[in-house]
Design a protein around this ligand. Structure first.
Ligand code: URA
Ligand code: ZN
Length: 364
């Protein structure tokens, strides 16, 4: 009988103890705090500047043990038949950290996460955190150090890079180190789009506009800038896993490629011929998670990158059920059902875990 692949969640976050201590010690975004005047509000997490605008306990979102306790992660995995999780620090990572503090903070967070994984053999692996605000040499040093941590399989980064986006030439030593050490880069959004694009009534719609549209467009813009700047021509074996099935990249790849081919500025700069096309990059440098919540998005993703480059994820602990006591997460079920509906048995097994085991060497 064929041995089934384990189910692997490649998009699942945690705030480990070292990061929680940092958040609790702060009073500017990002921070965690309680409101003594309103104990019922519990502890709240404020990570987006727009969430900090309110003067009341409506600030941010409630944060509970599911964000920072490893046993909650394991419980969630067991409840949803997830065999292995590749955990990553949630946004906004260390993007905000004072440069002088960032290398030590990254070390502590990575050591914490490594220890969490080691306490659950065979169940947990991780993507490391980088001290990006400290600049390229410190980042490269941590990338190299991550190789000595047994459960690390890559790194998570936001779209700002060293502060100037992913088309910044100052990132080249970092791409080089990641390529050399064969670490997968998990690219994840945080900043969204300028709030002005959401209009005057945005607050009436909760977090829907920034999360449903801001996040995916942020990812799309940042990876497109990396592509346009030639990152994948220079670092031809660099591998990037894009959150939320690439934002809208699979759907827009044809349009982006066409705009490149019709651009007079790029033509006169000699940048149209001899480059890797967006389609080539999708099939040789990009992996996509399957966190897209529907068949249409998943079909665009598989059409763009191939079923061997697609990996199941949950985005836990974000998007919990709104009903108290509800054990099954709708967000997880919706993504798992889309995989079942779009793929045959073999491909579904690859997407649910086989690809992650192969790409992230989870059987070593
Ligand atoms: N909201 C966040 O801030 N981060 C996620 O990863 C998902 C939702
Ligand atoms: Zn996420």
């Amino acid at each position: 009988m064929a041995i089934m692949s384990p189910v692997v969640d490649v998009h699942t976050h945690i705030y480990p103890p070292a990061y929680v201590s940092l958040l609790r010690s702060r009073s500017a975004v990002p921070y965690m705090r309680t409101f003594p005047d309103n104990p019922e509000a519990g502890e709240r997490l404020v990570i987006l500047p727009s969430e900090d605008a309110a003067t009341s306990t409506a600030r941010g979102r409630p944060i509970g043990p599911e964000y920072y306790e490893e046993e909650e992660k394991i419980k969630f995995m067991d409840q949803h038949n997830i065999d292995i999780s590749v955990i990553s620090l949630a946004n906004p990572w260390l993007d905000w950290c004072e440069p002088a503090d960032a290398p030590e903070a990254a070390k502590q967070i990575n050591d914490d996460v490594e220890a969490v994984c080691a306490r659950h053999p065979g169940r947990l692996y991780a993507f490391g955190t980088l001290p990006l605000s400290a600049g390229a040499p410190a980042v490269v040093e941590e990338i190299k150090r991550l190789q000595s941590l047994k459960h690390m399989r890559g790194v998570i980064i936001g779209t700002s890079g060293l502060g100037a986006g992913l088309d910044d030439p100052a990132l080249h030593p970092i791409w080089q180190a990641l390529q050399e050490t064969k670490q997968l880069v998990f690219l994840h959004p945080h900043y969204g789009l300028p709030t002005s694009v959401y209009g005057d009534r945005a607050a009436d719609y909760g977090h829907v506009l920034p999360l449903a549209l801001g996040f995916p467009l942020e990812t799309t813009i940042s990876i497109t800038r990396a592509i346009l700047s030639g990152v994948f021509d220079t670092f031809s074996s660099l591998q990037i896993l894009l959150a939320h099935s690439g934002g809208t990249l699979p759907f827009l790849a044809g349009r982006i490629e066409s705009c490149i081919k019709h651009d007079g500025h790029l033509k006169s700069a000699g940048k149209i011929e001899g480059r890797k096309s967006v389609w080539d990059i999708l099939k040789s440098n990009i992996y996509l998670d399957a966190v897209v919540y529907g068949d249409a998005g998943l079909k665009a993703a598989v059409e763009a990158s191939g079923s061997d480059r697609l990996m199941f994820g949950t985005d836990h602990p974000f998007f919990p059920p709104l009903e108290e006591g509800e054990k099954e997460w709708l967000s997880v079920r919706t993504n798992a059902e889309a995989v079942k509906s779009v793929f045959g048995v073999k491909e579904a097994e690859d997407v649910m875990g086989g690809n992650a085991v192969r790409v992230l060497r989870l059987n070593e």
